[in-house]
Design a protein around this ligand. Structure first.
Ligand code: F6P
Length: 323
């Protein structure tokens, strides 16, 4: 099987570094004399034939840009048999023999559907949530974490001046990787993640008291959105110890901005590897990182995998917060 024409799409929530991955796919494919097409708005672009030819110039000056030049969507229609049939027929009509799909778990499930209809697919993990079980690293996490850290550092200045308690809500959907990482990086008083059931009195209120005994007069509580709303947590703190916490929901700002060097370089390597896998006649694969190296896994196997917050992070957090 020789690969002649690759389509590349971004799907799900955008993540900084997606453009660097698209750029690497385009440049690697062209390097091997393979044509590349950009599929716009995720799987909707395949359904609607929303596709553009990409050349070296189309991806110039995109490595430093956040968001995705291909636009993105969470396609409801593609979840249906009819939507998938239309997408496959677009691939056949346009002679796209392969698709590289950049996104998270939902994107991988979509790619698996294409693969079952005979299209070659390789996926690249990109989500600020970093919640993909088959890989330690997902494109966008590093930038989002650094954005959140920068925001919280700024917040700390005013919290410290007014001797206040701050409750900050960090994204991550049902996962707490981003919140845990950010919480450790900003020296939070407490971090609430969905993976760990907490005893509110012991894990939040006592930690604030302990911090007070240690001489602190301001307190930073980081909450993963999957662990509860910052407003509710703030209300519970107010009720328990008569502090009047200020609430900050960082929200979509965490998904924007120029990607960090780490996100740019890893996205470039992953985009390169995705094309090399197709050229080596591999399909239904996800490029991932494991134990510090780049590798690839079967999509079906990847979707069965489970991982959670490392117990080391929980232990370190406990030591850092003094309880
Ligand atoms: O999956 C990425 C993510 O940013 C999550 O952290 C968040 O819960 C969700 O997407 C937000 O989605 P939307 O952009 O549709 O509001």
């Amino acid at each position: 099987m020789s690969i002649k024409r690759i389509g590349v799409l971004t799907s799900g929530g955008d993540a900084p570094g997606m453009n660097a991955a698209v750029r690497a796919v385009v440049r690697t494919a062209l390097f091997h004399d393979v044509e590349v097409y950009g599929i716009l708005r995720g799987y909707n672009g395949l359904i609607n034939g929303d596709i553009i030819r990409l050349d070296e110039k189309s991806v110039s000056r995109t490595i430093n840009r956040g968001g995705t030049i291909l636009y993105t969507a969470r396609s409801k229609e593609f979840m249906t048999e009819e939507g998938q049939r239309k997408a496959v027929s677009t691939c056949k009509f346009l002679g796209l023999d392969s698709v590289i799909a950049i996104g998270g778990d939902g994107t991988f499930r979509g790619a698996r559907a294409l693969s079952s209809h005979g299209i070659n697919v390789v996926c690249i993990p990109a989500t600020i949530d970093n919640d993909i079980s088959c890989t330690n690293y997902s494109i966008g996490f590093d930038t989002a974490a650094n954005t959140a850290i920068e925001c919280i550092d700024k917040l700390r200045d005013t919290m410290q001046s007014h001797e206040r308690c701050s409750v900050v809500e960090v994204m991550g959907r049902n996962a707490g990787y981003l919140a845990m990482y950010v919480g450790l990086a900003v020296g939070a008083t407490a971090v609430l993640v969905p993976e760990k059931t907490i005893d509110f009195d012991k894990d939040v209120i006592e930690k604030i008291r302990q911090a007070r005994f240690n001489g602190f007069t301001h307190y930073m509580i980081v909450v993963a959105e999957g662990a509860g709303s910052a407003s509710e947590i703030a209300a519970k703190i107010k009720e328990a110890i008569d502090l009047d916490p200020r609430v900050t929901v960082l929200g979509h700002i965490q998904r924007g901005g120029s990607p960090t060097g780490r996100d740019r370089v890893n996205a470039t390597k992953m985009g390169y590897l995705a094309v090399e896998l197709l050229l080596a006649n591999k399909t239904n694969r996800i490029v991932c990182t494991s134990k510090g190296s780049f590798t690839d896994v079967d999509i079906d196997d990847a979707l069965q995998m489970h991982r959670s917050i490392q117990s080391m992070e929980v232990d370190v957090l406990a030591a850092m917060t003094g309880l």
